[in-house]
Design a protein around this ligand. Structure first.
Ligand code: NI
Length: 389
């Protein structure tokens, strides 16, 4: 049986799974019930799942013949959002919602597991199933890798349902797909004094205002205009009273880049601007830079295997070119260890009100598109394993 013929058999199963996981969302690093249910569902298929990285799950489907190892990954955590969809399967956990679609990722991977288990005798090698916790806080992939999830893996494939792409379409483009997502804080130490005599102090607000502007010139004047980058200050806290010069300011923000080279260069550029702006304004400025996740970059091999998988499993019409996006995704950590592909699975459909962006309290999806993701993931695994023999 070809993988494209499994659509009817498992579509209802994948939708039912998505709804069950949707109703029981858990925050990052607290995915205990989610893990227990994943292991239970894998058990029903005949697959033994094990807890890994505290709140993740790992499992294997062994093929009938020896060969390489391919990993399929789903992230499983939810967000601190209060659901407003009114769906009958809406979150039963107050203040927590699968608003990014990771419920669908679990369901699609379980669907792929069913398909692959059915055809396991034809597979040459092993399929590893990775259910990753804590993606939303960019910690899960590193934890999974540290626990050995990528050991011996020859290729890796992951998917994200995507509200900007029409249901039934899938993007598996080569190259940069998502940006790095790093975070920073800046502390500015000035000296407070009377607002009528600013010369007797050091104004942290004026220094901070200059710094915000100067930092923007890194992107506009220093970085190649053909290479996208973002430096955003999202927080600027300073001052207490209208006639007091602020002695301290606290800023925080995030950076984005689509190559590892630029991502790694950003902290030094910022450090220089921060240091000399501080000198100019006689304030002490300190940068704390926290590396979050690197950019998601699909290599040529992974993208071509995925493209063929889309064609084989759901048809060439499903292929969709989607421009890269500056959101972050820690799937990048796996792609730094093995060739592979990160796919965007379209779920947008006005007819079922699936028009809201990821992380919205109204977020929903055209669930009929999910089985396509399962089939493409299964096909990626099958094709990669057969190719490497
Ligand atoms: Ni997500």
């Amino acid at each position: 049986m070809e993988i494209r013929d499994f659509g009817k058999k498992y579509s209802d199963y994948v939708i039912a799974m998505r709804r069950q996981f949707h109703a029981m969302p858990e925050l990052s690093l607290q995915e205990y019930k989610t893990c227990a249910k994943i292991i239970e569902e894998l058990g029903k298929i005949g697959i033994t799942g094990e807890v890994i990285a505290d709140t993740g799950v790992i499992a294997a489907i062994k093929g009938g013949k020896p060969g390489k190892r391919v990993a399929l990954r789903a992230d499983i955590d939810a967000l601190g959002v209060t659901e407003q969809t009114g769906a009958e399967y809406a979150s039963r956990h107050p203040g927590v919602m699968h608003a990014c679609g990771h419920d669908a990722h679990i369901a699609m991977l379980l669907g792929a597991a069913r398909i692959l288990y059915d055809i396991k005798d034809e597979l040459a090698g092993e399929v590893r199933l990775m259910f990753e916790p804590a993606e939303e806080i960019a910690k899960g992939a590193k934890k999974m890798i540290a626990a050995g999830a990528m050991d011996g893996v020859d290729s890796v494939f992951g998917m994200h349902v995507w509200s900007d792409i029409p249901a039934g379409k899938i993007s598996v483009d080569e190259g940069s797909r998502m940006a790095s997502a790093d975070f920073f804080t800046i502390e500015i130490e000035g000296k407070s004094c009377h607002g009528s005599k600013p010369n007797q102090g050091v104004d942290a607000i004026v220094a901070g205002a200059a710094l915000v502007t100067n930092l923007q010139t890194i992107v506009s004047r220093e970085i190649n205009p053909l290479e996208p980058a973002v430096i955003s200050i999202g927080e600027f806290k300073a001052g207490e009273q209208s006639n007091v010069i602020a002695g301290h300011a606290h800023l925080s923000g995030t950076t984005r880049a689509f190559t590892n080279e630029l991502r790694d260069a950003l902290p030094e550029m910022m450090e220089r601007v921060i240091h000399f702006t501080g000198e100019v304004y006689r304030a002490k400025m300190t940068l704390n830079y926290d590396m979050g996740s690197s950019p998601v970059i699909n290599d040529a091999l992974g993208a071509s295997v995925a493209k063929q998988a889309v064609i084989d499993a759901v048809g060439e019409d499903a292929l969709y070119h989607y421009e890269k996006t500056p959101a972050g995704e820690n799937f990048s950590e796996y792609l730094r260890m093995a060739p592979g592909c990160f796919a965007f699975v379209g779920v947008r459909n006005e007819a079922c009100n699936a028009i809201y962006p990821q992380h919205s309290c109204y977020y929903t999806m055209d669930e009929t598109a999910l089985i396509g993701g399962s089939m493409v993931a299964a096909q990626y695994a099958k094709n990669f394993l057969s190719m490497s023999n």
